[in-house]
Write a protein that binds this ligand. Structure first.
Ligand SMILES: NC(=O)c1ccc[n+]([C@@H]2O[C@H](COP(=O)([O-])OP(=O)(O)OC[C@H]3O[C@@H](n4cnc5c(N)ncnc54)[C@H](O)[C@@H]3O)[C@@H](O)[C@H]2O)c1
Length: 354
């Protein structure tokens, strides 16, 4: 359901003559966003280092409604070549190595993708005359560890990450700030969002998809910690609406350049609570009890203990607030995976290196 406020930003009147570049288009958020933009008749251009086949966009049947370039953002000249083909109005930069488990063993790949990839893109966009609005996906992880008493994070908190993925996001975030400064005046807004869940999340090491696979008997749930760490969860549809809202506003008002926006629900759920909720929807109390026992012997290493944040600033600026309650979002997500896993084996995604 769209509020009156969102209707203002999410309208064909605005989007139908815009050329929008989405980096990481065949990822979870990129796919959902592309679907929305295609429905708004935007001219959607996507880049990603992985092929589209078997991914969200392919499954949703919209690959023919957009232009796709399989390139790696670590390669400056390849971005340059693609940008020469278009007059991009708006860019939403989502491409990143997001798997925390990979970041723990391959920090180099993570830093190259998330740091070098970010300055390669921004430096290219600096020379792209038509660009009016760039939204850069940083993350709540960029803040690093704060005491629970200091949570929720606020936009003016220092970034003090330690772990590789968190550092890579903070570095990209700071680079974007520099490009947005008076020196270059690149129109960039930085987003620091909480954990995102919903249809199309094919990174099966993420908590909710992992838990769904365990409930559908595809594989065993392997706890990463003891279940007490807290995370805040936003539904992907709310996040995509928010990207459209921010892109629209920056396009109309260049004074928003350099602004940072947090988004979360303001509520932290423990991992254990999320597992309980997902198992509850499947009415699988036995699995929940089993996983709870397994949590007992685990400890969380290389990750922040507690994270949550609000949408206060976003609400003040744009009256934005999340539209989906966790329980409703989880049910919609589970419904989507049921359809998806009927068509594709989940192993396809674990092995997809192309
Ligand atoms: N999912 C979340 O919970 C969450 C929360 C906060 C912020 N974010 C940020 O949002 C963005 C999108 O996340 P997501 O969950 O959709 O991730 P995802 O892994 O589903 O998608 C990432 C996309 O980037 C592409 N990519 C990775 N490295 C690349 C490279 N070197 N060159 C070109 N393409 C590359 C991948 O192929 C994929 O299409 C990321 O920047 C992430 O840090 C995500």
């Amino acid at each position: 359901m769209q509020t009156k406020i969102l209707k203002k930003y999410i309208t064909k009147n605005f989007w139908s003559n815009k050329t929008v570049l989405i980096t990481g288009i065949n990822g979870f958020i990129g796919g959902n966003l592309a679907k929305k933009l295609v429905n708004l008749n935007a001219n959607v251009i996507g880049i990603s280092n992985k092929r589209l086949k078997n991914k969200f966009l392919f499954f949703e049947g919209i690959t023919k409604s957009l232009k796709f370039h399989k390139i790696d953002i670590k390669d400056y000249s390849k971005i340059e070549k693609v940008l020469k083909l278009y007059k991009i109005d708006i860019c939403i930069h989502l491409a990143a190595q997001v798997d925390v488990n990979i970041a723990k063993v391959d920090p180099y790949l993570t830093l190259e993708s998330n740091v070098k990839g970010t300055y390669n893109l921004l430096e290219n966009l600096r020379h792209h005359k038509s660009i009016k609005s760039i939204i850069l996906a940083s993350s709540d992880k960029a803040y690093g560890e704060y005491k629970v008493a200091d949570l929720p994070y606020k936009e003016n908190y220092d970034l003090r990450p330690i772990y590789p993925y968190d550092v890579s996001k903070a570095a990209g975030d700071m680079i974007a700030k520099s490009y947005a400064s008076d020196l270059f005046k690149l129109p960039v807004i930085i987003t620091r969002f909480a954990n995102i869940y919903g249809p199309g999340q094919l990174n099966f090491t993420a908590l909710i998809p992992d838990c769904i696979l365990a409930n559908t008997g595809h594989r065993k749930f392997i706890p990463r910690g003891n279940g007490t760490n807290k995370r805040d969860f936003l539904y992907v549809d709310d996040v995509c609406d928010l990207y459209l809202c921010l892109s629209y506003n920056l396009y109309k008002n260049k004074n928003l350049r350099g602004e940072v926006f947090n988004a979360g629900t303001g509520h932290g759920y423990t991992v254990n609570e999320i597992v309980e909720k997902v198992c509850g929807i499947y009415k699988n109390n036995d699995l929940y009890k089993k996983i709870s026992k397994e949590f007992a012997n685990k400890s969380l290493t290389g990750e922040i203990q507690h994270q949550f944040m609000t949408y206060k600033k976003l609400n003040k600026y744009f009256k934005w607030k999340p539209q989906h309650k966790l329980e409703d979002g989880l049910k919609e997500t589970i419904h989507w995976y049921k359809r998806f896993l009927k068509k594709y084996k989940y192993e396809t995604f674990l092995e997809d290196k192309k």
